[in-house]
Structures are given as C-alpha cells and as structure tokens.
Design a protein around this ligand. Sequence first.
Ligand SMILES: Nc1nc2c(ncn2[C@@H]2O[C@H](COP(=O)(O)OP(=O)(O)OP(=O)(O)O)[C@@H](O)[C@H]2O)c(=O)[nH]1
Ligand SMILES: [Mg+2]
Length: 482
Amino acid sequence: MPPGTVLETLGHGLSGLGGLFGAPSLRIGVTGLSRAGKTVFITGLVHALVSGARMPGFAPRAEGRIREARLVPHPDDALPRFAYEDHLATLTGPERDWPNSTRQISALSVELAYQSRKAWLGGLIGPAGVISTGASTLRLDIVDYPGEWLLDLPLLGQDYWKWSAETLSKARKGVREPLFAGYRAALAEVDPLAEANETTARKLASIFTEALRACRAEGRGLSALAPGRFLMPGDLEGAPALTFAPLEALEGEPPSGSLAGLMIRRFEAYKAKVVRPFFVDHFARLDRQVVLVDVLGALNGGPEAVADLEAALSDVLAAFRVGGNSLLSSLFSPRASRVIFAATKADHLHHTSHDRLEAILRMIVRRAWHRAEAAGAEVDVAAIAAIRATREVQVERRGESLPAIAGIPMRGEKLGGEVFDGAREVACFPGDLPAEPERVFSGDPVPLKFLAFRPPVFRAGESLPSIRLDSALQKLIGEDLA
Ligand SMILES: Nc1nc2c(ncn2[C@@H]2O[C@H](COP(=O)(O)OP(=O)(O)OP(=O)(O)O)[C@@H](O)[C@H]2O)c(=O)[nH]1
Ligand SMILES: [Mg+2]
C-alpha cells in the first residue's frame, strides 16, 4: 500500500509521508496574483501562531488547546525556505516597511502541539481503557507560490496556434489594445516563415512580456496575463522555454526550421518542462489552498479590471476542478479539499464595509465556480487583513459623522495634491463599496481611493494586529485540530 493511503485509512485525511516520518502534516498552498498579499499573509499568520496571539475566531487557540506552535524544518529540501525572519524584521524593524516582492516558490513549516477537542472535554480514556494525554501534533507545511503559475493550466489543453489566436484577439480589445500596439508593430516586421533566428525570437518575447507587464501595472489592475512565467519567471528568467510569443495564424504547417516552427517548439517545451511539472510536483500535492485576492486594487482599476480579475480567478478555479474525465485528469488530480478565497487588505476599509467586500469577492468567485461543475473541494470566502495598519475613527464632516480609517501613509503616497512624509497619521474615508455586488462589473467605476499605509507600530513580545485572520484559519484547518 502506498504510504499516502495508510493515514487516510486512519481517517485523518492528512498528507501521508509526514505521518510516517514524524507528525502528521497538512500541505497548505498560499497563492494569489502578484501583490495580492501572500508574503504578508504568511508572515502574519505564522507570527500569530508562534507568538501565541489571541485568536478568538480560531477555536483550537481560543479554547486553549494549542500547547505549542514552533517553526520546524520544511521536509522538502528542494524548496527554498520562506524568509519568515527577514520579512518579520522588515515589518517590525525601525523602518516599519512592507516586505519586498517575492518571485519564487518557497515554503515554511510550523508544528502545532495540540489537544483534540475530545481530550480537552475530558474524554481522556481511550477505547481500550488506556489513559491518554490527548496530545497530538500537526505540521503545517505552508507553500507560497505565484498565482500567475495557475493561469497556465489552460495552456496544457491548447496548441500554439490556439493560444496565439486567443492571446492576439484579447490584445486587440479594451485597455489592452494600446498596450499591445508595440507588439503588433514588431509582429508586422517579421516573417514567420523565415529561418529561425534567436535574436528575433528574443526581441518578440521581450516586447510581448513588456506589454503583459504594462497590463499589470499599478492602476490598470489587469489580471489575466498568461503565460504566467513571463511575469513571474522564478529561476527560469531568460530560459529558451520562456522565449516565445504569439504569431498571426498561417496557412498550413510551417517548416520546422522557421521562426514559427521555433515558436511552436518552445511553446510545447514550456508546457512540458515548466507548466506540467509545477502542477504534478507541487500543485497536486496540496491539501488546502488559500487564494488571496486584491479586490480593492481591482475595484480601483474599474469594471474592466474587475472583469479581468474574475477571468483570472476563473482560470485559477479551473485548476481545482480538474476532475473525473477531463483531458487533464490523466496528468494530475488536485487533492485540496478546501479552498479559501480571501480578499486582503481589508484594513483599508472601516469594518462596516467588510461584509460588502466579502460579498463582492463571493460574487466574483461564485460566478466562476458555478460556470463549470465543482468537483470535490469546499470553497469559502473571507475579507481579511493579515496585518492591520489602520485604526477606525469617526470623522465629522458638515454635521455628519462618517466612519473612517486612520493610519500613517507610506512616504511619497499622494492624495488630493498632498504628498505624505511617512510620519504623519491621517484619517481618510476611502469611499463606499456598492451594496449590490453586481455593480462592480458594470457601470461607472466605484469611486474609491486607497492609500498605502505603513505597517503598525510593533512592541516586542506583542502580537501583530489583524482582521479576521483567525476566522480564515478556522475555516482552513479548524476541523483538522478538532
Ligand atoms: N494595509 C495592509 N496592506 C497590506 C496587507 N497585506 C499586503 N498589503 C500591501 O500589499 C503589498 C503586497 O503584499 P505582499 O504580501 O508582498 O504581496 P505578494 O502577494 O507576496 O506579492 P509578490 O511577492 O509581489 O507576488 C504590501 O507591500 C502591502 O503594501 C495588509 O494586511 N494590510
Ligand atoms: Mg510575495
């Protein structure tokens, strides 16, 4: 019997290998598109666990059943370690800054020593009459990886020409149209049937990548940007498998020595050497998945950015739906039994708007979820702030008392002509989220303005403030510690 099945027959449903070589383990993927808040989420979550933070919404902690939470070595030696200590030092050091952007997959393990609920309630006598302490351990193997990599799943079912046609057609519409003008001009100058030439291939790939990057730029908020490794290359920067770009359709098969032939070969190499191994070696081994979503960033970008985010999340969701008889199921089958979508940075809103934020996220995800039949995994949503940088205040304006937030804007942030110095606290009213979540897909952009605030002041020995991080954790693993 393979190792994985042994534990499952014990009714644990946990990752097999960990159980045989140490504590039972749960592999938790934390993903999201670039800047969604992955690094901050993992740092905040791990700090809350190991520092013994009060977590009223996380039952095992609230009930005092977690005896110890400590960092332990990650079992997978091939994965870089998540730089928890560095990120924490950046957040809590004298500069109080947010961690740098990360470009790689990384992992960190936390071991929890806990008492099961049954033992806690006094059921300490085992079935054979043996006195048990009721103590158990569970290792959380947390894996941080770019959500962009999940957007590549549809590529596995496409050939080069189908991908090219879809990509170029999307590039002719809406916000993308002017951003891809340079790429279209570059395409007009090349002959796809001419002899393959590395310089031309590189030039096209680089102009194409620049256009993708422009779509992603602050304010535009576009999300559906496959191939995922073009923006998030990890350790593959400059690799031949990433040196391709879409071409206009041709009549018949191009000769293999032509530029088009080279593009086709590289597209297939990207699928076989980059996309497939990620899904088989990493993605398919996750037991739980957190997908972080910067809903506020997309709302700031307007309806097109929201629609784009929805399209991207729909591709992300497709990865979890690979089921029974699909084309991809022979390749891998995801085992994540619980997927939590979390809208991050909720501390940019007064708590009276958190339910609306959650409703908007639910709407964005639900439409995608119901479009195809869900296979297996339970899905839930939450509006959270892994690290809360603001406090709530009431602001009097023309005799009216408005619920607002106050925080210290990062140095250089601008609002209404003012440039902030990174030292002064300000109160602001970011705007109202619509009561009807559908409104974010149509009509006028929701008039919102979010400032980036400095992380909160941290005193050694204390915990970092957060919003609903505990209830998100309860949804994710509460039952595993029951
Ligand atoms: N106020 C507030 N800001 C947050 C929070 N989480 C993330 N942010 C902001 O969002 C930015 C991106 O967060 P990261 O955690 O670095 O995002 P990421 O998904 O790891 O980004 P990449 O590594 O670039 O993919 C941070 O620099 C903060 O400005 C939060 O809980 N509260
Ligand atoms: Mg990161």
